[in-house]
Write a protein that binds this ligand. Structure first.
Ligand SMILES: Nc1ncnc2c1ncn2[C@@H]1O[C@H](COP(=O)(O)OP(=O)(O)OP(=O)(O)O)[C@@H](O)[C@H]1O
Ligand SMILES: [Mg+2]
Length: 235
């Protein structure tokens, strides 16, 4: 079942196009990896699909009754944002703001936040301050936060940037499990491994155009072969 689709979209800001003629779709249960050079429009694409940025041309359609608040989002994070002065619990709970009506969090929401932290192996840091965590722990907490909003679709923008290889593969393992549990994933990454191992579909942006197709089609295409070569997988 298709969840999101767009055809002949132009991405950009204030009338200034970054990429045009973009057509794509995301199906239920997909694992879509978005790859490509810096500044090619990956984050802009995610923000456009989320409705945070208007496309210059075309329309992104949510299908099968999908609602905006069923999409969890883990934004590209900068060093400054890691200094957020809140507790781990508060950061995770802030993920349910979308649905929140009253001022206080309910006991059910707190229980759910705790469950997400346990699920991601962060139960012993529940009362820690977010600032004192390592990069890998930050990403787990932000993943728990995104999971508060939804169990349906997650968008992740470079979730492993700055993480060491072990922490990176642990995060990929978690994402694989979440995808196995039926959560549709869309992830921006500069790393070839999830594209090679876990993804079903690939969206590759470059300054000269884009590729969208299955992983198998991608690795037989010119941009796919180029990506493999750059990552040292060209044999
Ligand atoms: N809010 C904005 N207003 C105007 N231009 C922007 C804005 N945000 C990004 N851009 C420009 O849009 C282009 C694409 O940026 P984007 O952040 O989508 O790239 P990216 O592929 O995510 O890059 P990276 O790999 O570095 O994260 C860049 O030229 C960038 O300068
Ligand atoms: Mg980006």
């Amino acid at each position: 079942m298709t969840l999101i689709k767009g055809s002949d979209i132009t991405l950009g800001y204030e009338g200034q196009g970054i990429l045009s003629g973009l057509s794509f779709s995301v199906n239920d249960g997909d694992y879509l990896c978005i790859v490509g050079e810096n500044g090619s429009g990956k984050s802009t694409f995610i923000k456009t699909v989320l409705g945070l940025v208007e496309p210059i041309k075309g329309k992104i359609e949510y299908c099968g009754g999908l609602k905006k608040n069923e999409i969890g989002y883990l934004p590209q994070i900068s060093g400054i944002q890691r200094d957020f002065p809140s507790s781990v619990m508060e950061v995770v709970l802030s993920g349910c703001l979308n649905r929140h009506r009253g001022f206080f969090y309910t006991a059910g929401e707190k229980r759910k936040a705790r469950e997400q932290l346990v699920r991601l192996g962060m139960e012993d840091r529940i009362s820690s301050s977010f600032q004192e965590l390592s990069g890998g722990q930050h990403q787990r907490v932000l993943l728990a936060r995104a999971l508060m909003a939804t169990e349906k679709l997650l968008f992740l923008d470079e979730p492993v940037s700055g993480l060491d290889p072990k922490t990176t593969s642990e995060l990929y393992e978690m994402l694989r499990e979440l995808n196995g549990a039926g959560i549709t994933l869309m992830m921006v990454t500069h790393d070839i491994h999830p594209a090679l191992n876990d993804a079903r579909t690939i969206l590759h942006f470059s300054h000269s155009g884009y590729f969208f197709g299955t992983k198998e089609e991608y690795f037989n295409s010119e941009p796919g072969k180029e990506f493999m070569k750059e990552a040292g997988h060209d044999n």
